[in-house]
Design a protein around this ligand. Structure first.
Ligand SMILES: Cc1ncc(COP(=O)(O)O)c(C=O)c1O
Length: 397
């Protein structure tokens, strides 16, 4: 049995947090490893692989640990600079640059990453301009890049567009025509397709309408991706990689026959936006940030320093206080850049100036840009620190 931070009593955590300068981040590494292994158990049964979405982790030592697991194909990087970092520092064998490149500087960087021995770089494309740029720079640098064509797998329902607005490629013909274009190039080659079903991956199960739409969307995505892969194969294009995603629907994506791998990142930390997804109930939170109480404006309100570590999106993922239990943020103020007030019942909880408040991020990864290091919690105690991208002086986003 592992001693989970989330189940630890407040007095113990208070003692542990006392000497550390706040705000700080702490990762329950035992829980993170268990979360990862749970994904592995599911994927091994289905004979599918995971590709680690590094933007949702941003801690190279954790990325490296995950990448070494037998069910992980490689990395799903944010951009060419991040890919170059993992090629240079860690010689990661299989790196996918998961979003298109449209600048010469970035193309140069991707080629530099591909020039490392035993490192293979794949890039997402969805039009001929992407291909032309990469072909030109591969030729100039004497390297080869593989390409994944991004398929639009958004679900259209009565005029609504459910899913991300990224690739314009919707039909088998759209994808086949770009695959042919790639095939006519000399320095880049077709490796397969990627389609990210965000409408399934990042929507909770807490409303009947959401569950219903997710079910309809799943039926559509399964059939759509299978049709495209089958048509590609009929035209002679073998899909070595068929990537779908992500954390919030990985079991369903893995059940799709044509899928070879799933892009997953945030589930390692089980950020709280995933709490309302039933299929992830057996995953536990592994990443927390800790604030310090600096004021007591009222008998039942205490105010901590800092806290505004939200993640971007139309509905920004706001953090949530978790320890001590039963404290709440204040609706009209919420987590603030410099001050965060919490309401509590003074008959049940005693909070003093200087006490810590443990919180969970809404979606992990992005908020780690505020921190230089992550404290590592193992077997009930802090055993060290890992540097974040920021701590290493790196900025990729
Ligand atoms: C293309 C793609 N695949 C997969 C994911 C899943 O990432 P995560 O598991 O961190 O939610 C994302 C997240 O934005 C993505 O953009």
């Amino acid at each position: 049995m592992i001693k989970m931070l989330i189940d630890s009593d407040y007095q113990t955590l208070k003692k542990m947090a006392n000497p550390i300068k706040k705000p700080f981040v702490i990762c329950d590494l035992d829980v993170l490893k268990t979360n990862l292994e749970r994904v592995g158990e599911d994927l091994r049964k289905k004979n599918k692989k995971m590709r680690l979405c590094t933007k949702s982790v941003r801690v190279p030592e954790i990325v490296k640990y995950a990448e070494e697991q037998d069910f992980i194909n490689g990395l799903f990087n944010y951009n060419s600079a991040e890919a170059l970092f993992y090629a240079q520092e860690y010689r990661i064998r299989d790196i996918l640059i998961g979003y298109p490149i449209m600048s010469e500087l970035d193309a140069e960087e991707a080629c530099k990453a591909a020039s490392y021995e035993n490192v293979e770089i794949t890039v997402i494309v969805d039009n001929t301009h992407h291909v032309d740029l990469l072909e030109k720079y591969c030729n100039k640098n004497g390297v080869h890049l593989k390409l994944l064509v991004e398929l639009d797998v958004s679900y259209r329902f009565f005029g609504m567009h459910l899913g991300v607005l990224r690739s314009p490629l919707r039909t088998p013909d759209d994808v086949i025509s770009l695959a042919r274009y790639i095939d006519d190039s000399n320095n880049v080659s077709f490796r397969g397709i990627m389609g990210y079903e965000a409408q399934n991956a990042s929507v909770g199960d807490n409303k009947f309408l959401y569950r219903w739409l997710k079910k309809r969307s799943r039926e559509f995505v399964n059939e759509h991706r299978a049709t495209v892969v089958n048509e590609l194969e009929r035209e002679g294009f073998e899909c070595e990689v068929v990537n779908g995603g992500g954390s919030g629907c990985y079991q369903e994506t893995a059940s799709e026959e044509v899928i070879t791998e799933i892009g997953i990142g945030s589930l390692l930390f089980k950020s709280h936006i995933f709490d309302s997804i039933h299929s992830l109930n057996h995953f536990d939170p592994s990443l927390f940030f800790v604030l310090e109480i600096v004021r007591k404006p009222k008998n039942d309100v205490t105010t901590a320093f800092s806290g505004g570590y939200t993640s971007s999106g139309s509905d920004p993922a706001i953090p949530k206080p978790v320890i001590p239990h039963n404290i709440k943020t204040i609706k009209f103020e919420e987590f603030g850049e410099v001050q965060t007030p919490f309401k509590f019942n003074p008959d049940h909880i005693h909070l003093h100036l200087g006490d810590p408040i443990f919180c969970r991020f809404g979606k992990a990864g992005e908020p780690l840009e505020h921190f230089n290091e992550v404290n590592i919690f193992e077997d009930g105690k802090i055993t060290g620190t890992y540097k974040t991208y920021r701590g290493l002086g790196k900025r990729f986003s």
